[in-house]
Design a binder for this molecule. Sequence first.
Ligand code: TRP
Length: 336
Amino acid sequence: MSETVTEKKKVIFSAIQPSGTITLGNYLGALQNWVRLQEDYNCIFAVADLHAITVRQDPKAFRQNILNAYALFLACGIDPEKSPFFIQSHVHTHAELAWVLNCYTQFGELSRMTQFKDKSQKHPDNINAGLFTYPSLMAADILLYQADLVPVGIDQKQHLELTRNIAERFNGIYGNTFKVPEAYIGQVGAKVMSLQDPTRKMSKSDENVNAWVGILDKPDVIMKKFKRAVTDSEARVCVGEGKDGINNLIGIMSAVTGKTNDEITAEFEGKGYGDFKTAVGEAVVETLRPIQERFDDFIANKDYLAEQYRRSAEFALRLSQRTLDKVMKKIGYLAK
Ligand code: TRP
């Protein structure tokens, strides 16, 4: 038997908030990588629904969004038989450890989080304590599973850095309790920009719906959005400075077809932007088609979904309870 089989695989933890749909940017930038990571690591994934109520949610839509997020991830290739994939609110250790960690996290540290500053500016009427302590809950998510690595986007780097500080602080006081996790810097996913303002990241919170493609968008909608994509006046399909729109479209084309930028440039030599935009749209439609079909199957099979998230939650509880018990004992809580 080869050595790699007996070698202990590293643990990866990551979570994503449920928010209706995910964009082509989320898929090509992050999710596709998660799917690949399942081969080489012990991955544990979650839908971060506790984090989601730091902004107000409509109960009916929220419930639907949580289930949709779950089904969508399975459709993209997350395999809960291989990688436990659970719903955060189903595993009570998360909220419990988050409280404990809150008492080992400083007001000053939380005040410096740029996401907190941004979000409190965006929702000045609802700057709740949960929004402020959001990073301690995220730290709990990660530390409960003794994760070695956490694949995070640039916007979550600061939270991961804080997680490391909290873990080191706790270990410093009580002795080794938590694994200090590192950011997973693997193969970088494609950075997908807005189709309407290609200097900005593609985001579903963009008011202009033509700026982003949802992975559940219907083919005709996807085609329309690509045909309207902002380009430049040079009319040459190649990567270049000041050609943000075309650079972005080439990046997307490359991510969905696996072709290099040079191959794409050669293929579209002498052709106009109209042809190119149509071709990118078609390539994206073909990439998303099987995902959309699987999503429809999963969402029609609620029992199957429930079976998967329940089994994963049981596994996650067993694993995380070990860490929580250790923490409680070290702090001095009386055993039950
Ligand atoms: N805060 C992350 C986000 O909004 C989601 C998240 C919650 C997360 N817990 C996590 C990511 C733990 C990585 C690890 O994107």
